[in-house]
Design a protein around this ligand. Structure first.
Ligand code: ZN
Length: 242
């Protein structure tokens, strides 16, 4: 028989899955606009390029400096060690191999189970911190077919986590139906030119871990699928606001 869930978590307190990339930085701004208290969590899963993790504190410091109102709501940052995921997966993000399509049509940048594990670890941490909201940048629009980014996967996880923790654990994915141009536009709407510029300069997207020159769309190799997506999104965003 179902009974009322415990009130171990607070719906005004959010934990954002924050990688240091464009999408999760936009999600963090979204959460800071909405929730009284916001914390961040990142994962070291043995990714080939730790540059993304290096961007995290820089972006957080930039947000604090440019947005005092948000700074007051922004709490602790957590970094969890999930290197076991790198050990058990054989992908272009965790092993030195070229990015390619695999049988079944998924690119080999897909790390099986990644978001399932990330959200489960994030929920365990959120429970300890009393946070009832998880926010992530999962997206079906530009998602290369990753099945663990699907809206239905997220809804199923929200149900499983809430039941398994016996407390309401909301999973919010504000970018689910946005393309990259719309994600830039959301950043503009949330934090104006200052946020767009912070994301452009300081976030990391490139699958090859390259920073390189600062292009108009940001840093990166310019050629890998992640850079190409980011560049096309920026160009569409620029065209729309011109
Ligand atoms: Zn790249």
């Amino acid at each position: 028989m179902l009974r009322a869930m415990s009130d171990a978590t607070n719906p005004e307190r959010a934990l954002v899955l924050f990688s240091g990339g464009q999408d999760s930085t936009t999600c963090l701004a979204w959460a800071l606009q909405r929730y009284a208290e916001v914390e961040t969590v990142g994962f070291d899963y043995g990714q080939r390029h730790a540059v993304e993790l290096d961007c995290r504190p820089v972006v957080l410091a930039g947000l604090r400096a440019a947005f005092p109102g948000w700074s007051a709501r922004l709490g602790a940052d957590h970094l969890l060690d999930l290197r076991t995921l790198g050990q058990i997966s054989d992908t272009a993000l965790t092993q030195p191999r070229a990015i390619a399509l695999q049988a079944g049509g998924l690119p080999n940048t897909f790390v099986p189970g990644r978001n399932l594990l990330f959200l489960t670890y994030a929920a365990a941490l959120a429970y300890r911190r009393g946070a009832g909201v998880l926010v992530g940048g999962m997206c079906e629009t530009d998602y290369s077919g990753y099945p663990d980014c699907r809206d239905l996967t997220m809804q199923a996880l929200q149900l499983a986590l809430s039941l398994g923790l016996d407390t309401r654990m909301q999973v919010h994915t504000p970018l689910m139906w946005l393309d990259k141009a719309a994600t830039w536009a959301l950043a503009q709407q949330l934090g104006g030119a200052a946020l767009v510029e912070l994301i452009r300069r300081e976030t990391h997207t490139c699958y090859l871990g390259m920073r390189g020159d600062l292009h108009d769309w940001g840093h990166g190799c310019g050629d890998c699928p992640a850079c190409a997506l980011r560049r096309r999104g920026w160009q569409a965003f620029e065209a729309a606001r011109a």
